[in-house]
Design a protein around this ligand. Structure first.
Ligand code: ZN
Ligand code: ZN
Length: 369
């Protein structure tokens, strides 16, 4: 994602379209371990396709913790973090036709022009003028205001009377769990699914896998609290892999076959290698995890077993469909939210989210005043 052109990156965002200088508060990254809630210039419309959104609610992602650790070196010091949230349109550029001032909108973690070759193929994540840029290559959503490039294709209308907090889960984790895990993993009615990792993303895969009525969904994680949550969310079996051998247990549960779909929702070599020992002949390993190191591929075992391994960056092409399932109460995304903070209390929210196991935290919601 390094060679893409960033819309409006080089222009001065400090001046609003009326030329007045205004300020806001935002969470700013200043290198590994350093972040401050501080005064910044309010962003302004730079390109005619931009919208300026006043943030109502946002959240913190596992990816933000990676950034804070220094694992995502493209994020330069001075960047406002965050790529999820809902808000109200403050101003739109002259070329924005789908949105107007006052509209309530869901912000997608993926920015997409809707016009380039990749967008035309539904691969918004690889948009030549977008992709994952929010809180990464341009300023993000953990702020009072955010500039959204390609607003027509990167924002979604929130229907009146919606549970806006529940919709924050649609910015990233639900489409990620669904597209990278469930769709790529080809979950089928009556099939068996094993999900390695019971964090927010693994749980998002668990919730959305149930659209397809698999016969078994087995959650594997070393944290008993997260496994208890998984059970409540519809897992048919839970395995604490710090106490029980997950390979033997999955074999027992699946009549010695393994799981038809194995979803990797952690992102370390050990969990990807575990997935290779859990998959049934003819099955699919669907990777969601963000990997920073190479993992061993056991082709000596897998070569004859008709295995598919898939990778994907979330494209957020399923967001409109997922929004309807939340509206119709088929999908209860609110249950992923465990903690609430004021946006101005975001430093404490980070502390809680960083100690997720101790704090029993899944997703935190930050609300602006
Ligand atoms: Zn995220
Ligand atoms: Zn595009």
């Amino acid at each position: 994602m390094s060679a893409i052109a960033i819309p409006g990156k080089t222009k001065n965002p400090a001046l609003s379209s009326t030329g007045s200088r205004r300020t806001m508060k935002a969470l700013v990254y200043y290198g590994p371990g350093k972040k401050f809630w501080e005064e910044k210039s309010t962003p302004a419309i730079v390109e005619p396709t931009d919208a300026l959104v006043k943030i109502q609610k946002t959240t913190i992602c596992g990816t933000d913790l990676h950034i804070m650790k220094g694992d995502v070196p493209e994020v330069v010091p001075g960047t406002i973090i965050g790529h999820e949230g809902v808000g109200i349109i403050e101003e739109v550029g002259s070329a924005v036709s789908n949105f107007k001032k006052g509209d309530h909108v869901l912000i997608s973690c993926i920015t997409s022009c809707g016009k380039c070759d990749y967008c035309k193929r539904g691969m918004y994540s690889h948009c030549e003028n977008g992709g994952w840029i929010l809180g990464h290559l341009i300023d993000g959503t953990q702020a009072e205001y955010v500039r959204i490039p390609h607003a027509d294709n990167s924002l979604y209308h929130i229907p009146d009377g919606s549970d806006e907090e529940a919709l924050v889960m649609l910015s990233d984790i639900l489409p990620t769990g669904f597209e990278c895990g469930v769709l790529n993993g080809k979950v089928q009615p009556g099939s068996t699914v094993a999900i390695v990792g019971s964090g927010p993303i693994g749980l998002a895969a668990l919730l959305t896998a149930q659209f397809y009525s698999p016969a078994q969904i087995i959650l594997i994680d070393p944290d008993d609290n997260r496994l208890a949550v998984a059970k409540k969310f519809g897992a048919t079996e839970i395995i604490n892999n710090s106490k029980v051998d997950p390979i033997e247990r999955v074999k027992t549960l699946t009549g010695n076959k393994g799981a038809d779909t194995v979803i990797e929702a952690v992102g370390i070599p050990a969990t990807f290698e575990l997935c290779q020992s859990l998959v049934a002949p003819g099955g699919t390993i669907a990777n969601i995890g963000v990997h920073g190191k190479s993992a061993e591929l056991h082709l000596e075992r897998l070569w004859a077993h008709n295995i598919t391994i898939t990778t994907r960056l979330v494209d957020t092409v399923t967001t409109p469909m997922l929004l309807k399932t939340i509206q119709s109460k088929k999908l209860n995304s609110r249950q992923l939210i465990t903690h609430h903070f004021k946006l101005s209390d975001i430093i404490n929210a980070y502390d809680t989210f960083q100690n997720a196991a101790k704090e029993k935290a899944l997703k935190v919601i930050l609300t602006s005043e």
